[in-house]
Design a protein around this ligand. Structure first.
Ligand SMILES: Nc1ncnc2c1ncn2[C@@H]1O[C@H](COP(=O)(O)OP(=O)(O)OP(=O)(O)O)[C@@H](O)[C@H]1O
Length: 311
């Protein structure tokens, strides 16, 4: 695995989060969170249920505006920018719960990922000439590349709603790639998947980093997958980062083990278990193993996008 930490980067980090605090009424979802993500880095965020992981994504992507701190993306302060503006700058996202148009085909869902890239005027589009036509051709070619990359050719003309769950998750990943992101936010990419689907997804995630050279931040409860894939891991508990480091260090950290094991003893079961303590993966192929807590839990992302409120 290519371990590329932000500290080892020659250029500036892609993402710089500094002292971010996000409060809702009576709840501090994120408390003084700081981290950086470098070029071509796979950065994982783990922690028990309700630890604040999805809230971090919602701050990064502009859904929530934190009360304190700063977020820089590609060297620019993006706090206060609208989600579509941040997306257009190169940040794409997949969700815990699949967010696709079930009645549309795979190709059409992928084409929607290109929508934000419109570069022509209404008149050009209406008359189908010049930049509008060239843009359509470019978009079709880019989508076909993604179909090949994610091995979706045999599903390309099928309505997404008819496809197996693991393939739908792959299409959602494809739609995010269609935006030509510089940073991908993956929210539980293997949640609910069987072993084969998990191994396929693990392979694609590695290819995205190594071949497409796209940086990723991944929230995931499957500890085998996280330990095998991530370059660095940040562990959060109660919205507070406990530690950030390479997998081998994180899984030995006593505070991390306590955060996972202690949740039922120390808190009277305030949270459901979001995963077992971090251990290495064991599968012979990708090294991923379907561990506990892979079922979709909570609807933080969806709720966040619908309410869109902070206090
Ligand atoms: N829109 C909201 N309004 C009020 N509280 C919220 C909102 N979104 C999140 N929270 C609270 O913030 C805290 C962190 O939630 P968040 O969804 O970020 O955790 P998480 O680590 O992603 O959890 P999970 O692993 O279950 O998805 C929780 O206490 C949650 O109840």
């Amino acid at each position: 695995m290519a371990v590329v930490s932000a500290d080892q980067q020659t250029g500036a980090p892609l993402v710089e989060v500094e002292g971010v605090t996000l409060r809702f009424k009576g709840v501090t979802a994120i408390n003084q969170v700081s981290f950086t993500v470098g070029q071509r880095e796979l950065f994982a965020v783990i922690g028990p249920n309700g630890a604040g992981k999805t809230s971090i994504f919602n701050v990064l992507s502009g859904v929530y505006r934190p009360q304190e701190g700063s977020v820089r993306f590609l060297g620019e302060d993006v706090l206060g920018q609208r989600p579509h503006a941040i997306a257009a700058r190169g940040m794409a996202r997949t969700f815990q719960n699949i967010e696709l148009f079930e009645n549309l085909t795979v190709i059409d869902n992928l084409m929607l990922g290109r929508a934000h890239r419109v570069r022509y005027g209404v008149l050009s589009a209406a008359l189908w000439f010049g930049r509008a036509r060239n843009s359509e051709l470019t978009d079709r070619a880019a989508v076909e590349d993604i179909v090949d990359f994610l091995e979706l050719a045999s599903y390309r003309g099928m309505p997404v709603g008819l496809l197996p769950y693991g393939i739908q998750k792959r299409v959602e990943l494809g739609r995010a790639l269609a935006m030509e992101p510089k940073l991908l936010l993956l929210d539980e990419p293997v949640a609910g998947m069987n072993l084969e689907e998990t191994e396929d997804m693990a392979r694609f995630i590695l290819d995205i980093r190594d071949e497409l050279e796209i940086s990723m931040i991944m929230i995931e409860h499957d500890m085998g997958l996280v330990m095998d894939l991530a370059d660095r891991i940040m562990v959060v508990d109660f919205g507070v980062p406990i530690t950030t480091g390479v997998p081998a260090d994180v899984q030995r950290n006593p505070d991390v083990i306590r955060a996972y094991l202690g949740q039922d003893h120390d808190t009277g079961g305030r949270r459901s278990a979001g995963g077992s303590p971090p251990t290495t993966g064991t599968s012979p192929t990708t090294g991923t193993s379907p561990t506990t807590g892979t079922e979709p839990v909570g609807t933080g992302a969806t709720a966040a996008r619908t309410t869109g409120e902070t206090t």
